[in-house]
Design a protein around this ligand. Structure first.
Ligand code: PLP
Length: 459
């Protein structure tokens, strides 16, 4: 294959990887008898592994990240130009791309005005938690320090972020966790917790019940994914968001929307929360912000919140005393600016809506054919198919069978995902999130491979 440098040395690369790299979220025993996957090149929606095998990547770099696709020279050039001019200075100072990206970003987020830079989704969320705690001290006399989070949602891998995680297989064995993070029920209607007509409102009322139980004067914020990602691709039911917003206003609770996955077009809008007309106090984002061309995350908030940290300049503890060393890297906002230009100029949000509809339609058609698909759901190019052993009882398929479907797709040159080490007993939802540049042919190739894989695994 053309363009891959040093293919002859790939045996060495694989051995070096096997000997020295500790892979993310991987049980390494398997690498004693099979090679670790090494991805060496990407172009558009396709990637190639060390053996030269070509794949269509239906998960944008594995974890919903490479929104504009691989091999974008204009992003690489923007980053290079910025790096040779000014690569880094600590974030107490400003930078040219930092200022320009923040200005551009907030034009897509009416009501929000301030951007705080860091490096990962986990870190962006931790910033909010620290802000909420500091607001509790400074504004509420030490009250309103608790943070509500939802069952099945994920907000990151650090200890604080895990404390706010609703995926028990992610947090098990890493405790004890800090106090003050309180769980509210999930809103997945397919896995009903209440037998009612207006499920969305009922699921939101469950949040109010927790607030009343804990005491509204103890709760500072509520963090939610707009559409839950790794917890099973959960699209909140009708009526949910309106009620959530109402509850937050009623009890003076700040609403923090985690757009780490849904942000930057993935769900068919600049940000997922905009699909529901909600007005958050904090929005965090990471993955698609620079499509993985550089590390960047943002914590975005309102002028109202920002003002709380500068109202008393005579108090040396009054401001947000936080720093993220690499939040000062200029490569992130330089890449993010060009990434946003591409999304706009190539009309990728419009494409995401159209291709998302096509993909959802294809999955619905597969559901007719394969009884093992119990439910399909999603927004834009962010979709899931939940696999069940029995449609009546909704018993999830065994995890290893879901993994086999992923492997059978891989054998056909299609990389798909599955909820992984997430909810005990429910790692059974296939995940799709191709790059926002996907064509109708790409979508059909992806769902065609799933069709074949389901037949091979379940008959
Ligand atoms: C919704 C959500 N929030 C936060 C994170 C954490 O982001 P990071 O891995 O960049 O720390 C993730 C990662 O998958 C995520 O899915």
């Amino acid at each position: 294959m053309e363009g891959i440098q040093g293919m002859n040395d790939m045996g060495r690369v694989i051995e070096a990887d096997r000997a020295h790299v500790w892979h993310h979220l991987a049980q390494h025993k398997a690498f004693e008898t099979s090679d670790p996957r090494v991805i060496v090149e990407g172009k558009g929606i396709r990637v190639w592994d060390a053996r030269g095998k070509e794949y269509i990547d239906a998960v944008s770099g594995g974890v919903w990240t490479v929104n504009v696709g691989y091999g974008r020279e204009s992003i690489a050039n923007a980053v290079r130009d910025q790096l040779v001019k000014m690569n880094y200075f600590a974030g107490a100072a400003g930078s040219v791309p930092g200022a320009l990206f923040a200005e551009k970003l907030v034009t897509k987020m009416p009501g929000l005005t301030r951007v705080y830079y860091s490096n990962s989704g986990s870190e962006a969320n931790e910033k909010v938690y620290k802000m909420v705690r500091q607001i509790a001290h400074r504004v509420h006399g030490g009250k309103k320090w608790k943070i509500l989070y939802r069952d099945r949602d994920y907000h990151g891998t650090t200890i604080g972020a895990l404390a706010s995680g609703g995926q028990d297989e992610r947090s098990k064995q890493y405790g004890p966790f800090p106090e003050g993070f309180v769980r509210v029920p999930h809103c997945l209607e397919y896995r009903k917790q209440w037998d009612v007509e207006n499920y969305g409102e009922r699921a939101a009322d469950a949040i109010e019940e927790v607030i009343l139980r804990e005491g509204a004067d103890t709760i500072g914020a509520l963090v939610l994914e707009p559409v839950t990602a790794g917890g099973g691709v959960i699209v909140p039911p009708k009526g949910y968001w309106e009620r959530v917003q109402e509850i937050c206003r009623k009890y003076d609770i700040l609403l923090h929307i985690d757009e780490v996955v849904c942000g930057m077009g993935r769900a068919g809008a600049w940000f997922g929360y905009q699909l529901y007309g909600i007005k958050p106090d904090f929005v965090t984002m990471a993955k698609g912000v620079a499509s993985g061309y550089a590390a960047i995350s943002c914590t975005v908030t309102t002028e109202r919140v920002f003002e709380m940290f500068k109202d008393d300049a005579s108090d040396p503890l009054s401001y947000f005393r936080d720093i993220s060393t690499f939040g000062g890297c200029t490569s992130g906002p330089a890449a993010a600016l060009e990434n946003m230009r591409i999304i706009e100029d190539e009309k990728l949000i419009e494409n995401t809506i159209a291709m998302g509809d096509r993909c959802l339609g294809n999955l619905q058609a597969l559901m007719e054919k394969h009884k093992v698909i119990g439910d399909v759901r999603g927004k834009g190019l962010f979709l899931g198919a939940e696999l069940v052993a029995d449609r009546q009882t909704k018993e999830p398929v065994a995890e290893k069978l879901a993994a086999q479907v992923v492997a059978e797709c891989g054998a056909q040159g299609v990389i798909i995902g599955v909820t992984n080490r997430s909810i005990p007993g429910f790692n059974n939802t296939l995940c799709l999130s191709p790059a926002l540049i996907a064509t109708p042919e790409n979508i059909d190739e992806i769902t065609g491979a799933i069709d074949v894989a389901l037949t091979r695994v379940f008959g």
